[in-house]
Design a protein around this ligand. Structure first.
Ligand code: KMH
Ligand code: ZN
Length: 307
């Protein structure tokens, strides 16, 4: 599950997400053209894979298949990066919209989330600036009520879609119970191993983003899943959490993810101006720590069993 520490690391760039508000970061890409530009630049900066959500031009998260098609066609035309599409969307998004991206684009990878949980992008809304769009205010008004719904039924339905479409699932584990859920899904045959795991750390409602949280969960993944886990990646939210976990993953033999979806700062007092800037931090650390970054084709050769 962990790689040799000199084996290439799969670096994913999560370029836009569905949680960060455009009023929090003017650099969050919104609309097809901006999302394509950011994904292409992230790939050119060295990302193996780009994790995509769709957003309308005003930044509103979208489950429009046409928008997903436009984004993915634009990225595929200009880069060789592996495409990973979210089926998480954003808390409250209906299932059909969450599935729109993988159905429309059949990417190599899609995210599969593993449990219903509290999910708060904005637990302390008083800290955020005045918003520019009415839809952002609606999101802030619902702060404190965010539920990310992933019942066992949802997970089974989504897993069947992945299988039918030939998309490899990346299993998003926000806490220990999600690893037990993976075990259950493997044992009942809903999932086929070896599986790819993304530890998502620092979402309020899941595990925190201390380095201890990563070590506890990566050791638990090894105990619970053993050889059924093919790879383990970490996506930690916030600054400096994201970079601490990149350095740890690179040193420890894990894969990792950076991007404006998870973190909008590049220094304590400076916002990241692009995803590529965050990718450059990761590739710089990889260079210092003598860990090569995996090529897209190296990642493709690991995918399956359904792709
Ligand atoms: N927004 C992240 C905290 C997904 O897209 O399915 C979690 C995520 C999940 O990336
Ligand atoms: Zn995502």
């Amino acid at each position: 599950m962990l790689r040799d520490k000199y084996e290439p690391c799969v670096l994913t760039a999560a370029v836009t997400g569905g949680d960060v508000l455009p009023s929090q970061s003017p650099h969050i890409p919104c609309g097809a053209e901006a999302i394509i530009e950011e994904a292409v630049a992230a790939a050119e900066a060295g990302a193996t894979c780009v994790h995509l959500h769709a957003r309308e031009a005003d930044g509103r998260p979208s489950g429009d298949p046409g928008l997903f098609r436009e984004i993915v066609a634009g990225v595929r035309e200009r880069t060789d990066a592996v495409i990973n599409i979210s089926t998480g969307g954003t808390p409250g998004m209906p299932e059909e919209q969450r599935l729109a991206g993988i159905r429309a684009c059949r990417p190599e990878i899609g995210t599969l989330n593993l449990g219903t949980m509290n999910y708060e992008g904005f637990p302390n809304k008083a800290r955020w600036p005045k918003v520019r769009h009415a839809w952002e205010q609606e999101v802030l008004d619902k702060s404190g009520e965010g539920v990310f719904t992933n019942t066992l039924g949802t997970i089974r339905r989504f897993a069947a879609e992945f299988r039918d479409l030939g998309v490899t699932p990346e299993l998003e584990a926000y806490d220990l119970g999600h690893l037990s859920m993976i075990r259950f899904l493997l044992d009942e045959g809903t999932l086929e191993g070896p599986v790819r795991i993304q530890l998502v750390l620092g979402v309020l409602g899941g595990a925190g983003n201390a380095l201890d949280d990563f070590f506890v969960l990566s050791q638990a993944a090894a105990r619970i899943l053993g050889p059924d886990a093919a790879s383990l990646s970490v996506a930690a939210t916030g600054f400096p959490g994201e970079f601490r976990h990149v350095a740890t993953a690179l040193s420890w033999g894990a894969d990792c993810r950076v991007g404006l979806e998870d973190n909008i700062r590049v220094r304590r007092d400076r916002q990241a101006e692009s995803n590529a800037e965050l990718v450059h931090v990761a590739t710089g650390l990889a260079d210092l720590l003598a860990r090569p970054i995996a090529t897209p084709d190296a990642l493709r050769s690991e995918l399956g069993p359904w792709y």
